[in-house]
Ligand binder design. Structure first.
Ligand code: PLP
Length: 389
């Protein structure tokens, strides 16, 4: 037997595990150090009560044969699809057939490649959420990489060459910026002109605040004929441990696209968890929406204070307005792993080296405001003290 050779080709530097290895080694060397983390992309707020209650009721449903649910929701339950269309895509007239419920956008954004011909030319940017590249590799798909530059605020510019599949992540992880409506329109126009499809990773949609940023790509004229939008309950409803996500495949892309995707899905996926779907539905109640909006606002407040702290200490910073992430340039042209080690050893703060997100990320690092408020405040104190501000 032979192991999939593509797995061996995955970029070692791309691996988050490297961060834990270095952190664990440091903790062994210096057990007294109080190491705090601005690294993790995980949430620090728990699942809210109304949502938890709905999930507890769903467990009760499963114990009674009259309400028991087994297999069957390959594409998701209608109760959740209806809640999504009513709350997130009101007046857009999508049908339930175009909505799919799943168990995480990480899987969804790569397994969608099974919909497209193997010869498709797939474009991703460098830097980028690393899953697209390595996820495509695991499916034996080649990707082409386009650099994004500091001068363009790391926004990808439409290329001259033709690509078939384009990954866009907005609000972006790791950069923390969101594409403006005009920037997105340029990509939608490109996709229309080139018969391409945009895979629009919009898992941070609930963080969008700027008026010139779209909450959904479908706000852009023509996008329905070229874009598949992915979202998740992970960051918005603290579902990183519960697992529930969704995506839309508009029939305008191709008349029979949903027929083929359903054919594929019924053979590859037995449906998302009923309990998680009940919880996700409850996250749309008025009470939940108010509470979850407060969580997002608290994360964004943390992003703002962190951004100000780095800026007053002489760092160049991007993001944080429509996203919980900040993208920061290292000082003195230091490489991102060297800067990671410096922060770990001298300030006892974990950051994420930009190199993890691609070669273009060297010389930058990512900071997450999804950390608890007290961690953010402590980090700011340490940064101010270290850089004397
Ligand atoms: N897409 C992006 C850009 C992310 O940052 C993340 C999580 O960090 C995901 C997808 C994964 O989301 P999920 O938890 O739904 O798998």
């Amino acid at each position: 037997m032979r192991i999939n050779k593509r797995l061996k080709q995955m970029d070692e530097e791309n691996i988050f595990e490297q961060v834990s290895i270095r952190v664990n080694n440091f903790k062994k060397e210096k057990p007294s150090a109080n190491v705090i983390s601005l690294g993790v992309g995980d949430v620090s707020k728990p699942v809210i009560e109304t949502v938890a209650k709905a999930m507890k009721n769903a467990v009760d449903d499963l114990t009674d044969i009259k309400t028991f649910k087994g297999y069957g929701s390959f594409y998701g339950y209608d109760f959740l699809k209806e809640a999504i269309l009513e709350n997130e895509y009101k007046d857009q007239n999508f049908s339930l057939d175009e909505v799919y419920i799943s168990s995480g956008a990480k899987t969804d954004t790569t397994s969608i490649l099974e919909l497209f011909d193997e010869e498709s030319k797939i474009l991703i940017t460098d830097v980028m959420y690393p899953i697209y590249k390595d996820g495509a590799a695991a499916l034996s798909r080649d990707v082409e990489i386009m650099k994004v530059y500091e001068e363009d605020k790391f926004v990808a510019k439409v290329p001259k060459e033709k690509y078939d599949i384009i990954y866009i992540c907005s609000p972006n992880n790791p950069i923390g910026i969101a594409y403006t409506k005009d920037e997105l329109k340029a990509w939608v126009d490109y996709a229309i002109a080139n018969d391409a499809v945009i895979l629009y990773d919009n898992v941070y949609s609930s963080f969008v605040k700027s008026p010139n940023v779209a909450k959904s790509i479908y706000e852009i004229k023509g996008a329905r004929s070229v874009a598949i939008e992915f979202r998740s309950f992970s960051k918005h409803a603290s579902f990183t441990g519960v697992r529930c996500s969704y995506y839309l495949i508009p029939k305008e892309i191709k008349e029979d696209i949903n027929y083929y995707w359903k054919k594929r899905t019924i053979n590859r996926f037995n449906g998302a968890d009923y309990i998680a779907q009940k919880g996700a539905e409850a996250s749309f109640s008025k009470e939940s929406q108010e509470e979850l909006a407060k969580n997002v606002d608290a994360y964004l407040k943390g992003a703002k204070t962190l951004k100000e702290a780095f800026q007053r200490n002489g760092f160049k910073v991007w993001g944080g307005e429509d996203s919980p992430f900040l993208w920061i340039k290292t000082k003195d042209k230091q490489g991102s792993w060297d800067f990671f080690d410096k922060f770990l050893k001298e300030l006892n703060i974990i950051i994420i080296p930009g190199r993890i997100f691609g070669e273009g990320g060297d010389g930058y690092f990512r900071v997450s405001a999804l950390a608890p408020e007290e961690v953010i405040n402590e980090a700011i104190n340490r940064i101010d003290t270290y850089y004397k501000n």
